[in-house]
Ligand binder design. Sequence first.
Ligand code: GDP
Length: 426
Amino acid sequence: MNSNMANTILVGAQWGDEGKGKIIDVLTEEADVVVRTQGGNNAGHTVYDGPKKYVLHLIPSGILRKGRKNVIANGVVVDPIGLVNEIKGLQKLGVNPKGRLFVSETAHVVLPYHRELDAQREVLKGQNKIGTTKRGIGPCYGDKAARVGIRMVDLINLKRFQEKLELRLKENNEVLRALGAKPLSFKRVHADYAKAARFLKPYVTNTVVLLHECMRRGESMLFEGAQGTFLDIDHGTYPFVTSSNTSAGGACTGSGVPPHRMDRVIGVMKAYTTRVGEGPMPTENDEISDLLHGMGREFGATTGRARRCGWFDAVATRHAAMVNGIDDLAITNADGLDTVENIKVCIGYRDGKKRYDHMPSDHEVLNRVKPIYAEFEGWRKPLDNVRRWKDLPAKTRQYLRAISDLTGARLAIASVGPARCQTIFV
Ligand code: GDP
C-alpha cells in the first residue's frame, strides 16, 4: 500500500456504514493529510484504538494519529456546536486537535433553523419521509444552493454573523410559524453560536491554499468519503439520498484539489448489504437482518437505529465502481457471514420478464425488482483471528474474490473485525 498512497479518494460503495472509518484509520498511517469533503455531522465513523472507542462525526480520522494534518474542507457543512463538542471530547480522551485541525473558511454553517426545518419537513412528508438524521444537513445545503447560507468566514466575524443571523432568522421563523413550529430566539442562537465561533476561530483558515501547499511539498492526501455512493444526490437512489455528492467527484469540488491530482480511488463495501432509513434496497432480507442483529451488529453509530440488512448486491457495487472509478476494493465485515451455510449474491434484477444488469434510475422500479441470486458455500468458521490472506479459509477467499470480480475492481483489503489488527492486505 505504502508506495501507492499518493492522493487517494476513499468512498463507500453501498449505502453508507461500510466500515470506512476503520479502513480510513488504517490508511492514515501512510497519509500526511486527511481531508473531509462533504456531508456534516450526520456521518459517524467508528475507530477502535486498542480498548478506546472513538466515534468521529466531522473531524477526519487522521486526528487519531500523531503528526497528521486534518482538514474539514469547503464541501462540508459544519455544525459549530457539534464540532466544539467533538474537539472537547477528543481532548478528554487525550487527543489534542490544536494545530492539526483546519476548517475551511468557505464551509457552510448548520444553524438551529436547519435542524428544525429538517424535522418539520419530515413530519409533513408522512409516509413518504426520507429517513433524514434531522441534523439540518439537507436544509443547510439547500441554503448554500439558494445562496443565502452563512459560511465559517461569516461566523467568525461576529459583527457580520449578527447581521446575517438576524436576516436569516426573520425569514426562517416565518416559515417555522407557518409549519406550526415554535420560532427560535435570536438572543439564544446568537449567544450559543458566538461562543462556538470564538472557540473555533483558531482552526478556521483557507484550506484550498493549505492543501495546495501540502501538495507542493509532496505530502500525500487521503480524502475520506462520508455516507455511500447510493446516498449521492446525483447518483444515489433519489430522493432517498443525502444532499451532497458522496461519490469520488465530490472530493474534488469539496476540497479545491483538481481531478488530475487524484491518483487512486478505493471503494469500501461490506461482504453483505446494509442501509439506514427509507428507500429501495433490492436484496433486503429478514433472515440476514435477524442473524446480524442477533449478533448485536448493524446498529447505527450516530443514531443507534437498526440498519436494514440484505445479501451482497453486485449490481449495485458494479454501478458504484463505474461512477467512482474504483481501482481497489476494501471488503469489510466478512466475519458477519461466519455462520451462514449458503451465502447469496445478487447478480441481476428481474422485473416481470425484464432483466436488469444495471441499477434502474426509477426508484419505483428499483423498489419492485426481484434479485437474481448466485449461491456460495459458506466457510462456517470464525474469521476474527485470521491475520493473513493465505490463512483465510479457501471458501472465504473464493467468496471475496468473486464479489470483487463481479464488482469489477481489484481486491486490496479484507477486514475481519473492527480492530486495526483485523485488517488483511491481499
Ligand atoms: P462508516 O460510516 O462507513 O465509517 O462505518 P462505521 O465506521 O460506522 O462502521 C460500522 C461498524 O462496523 C463500526 O462499528 C466498525 O467498528 C465496524 N467494522 C468495520 N469493519 C468491520 C469488520 O470487518 N468486522 C466487524 N465485525 N466490524 C467492523
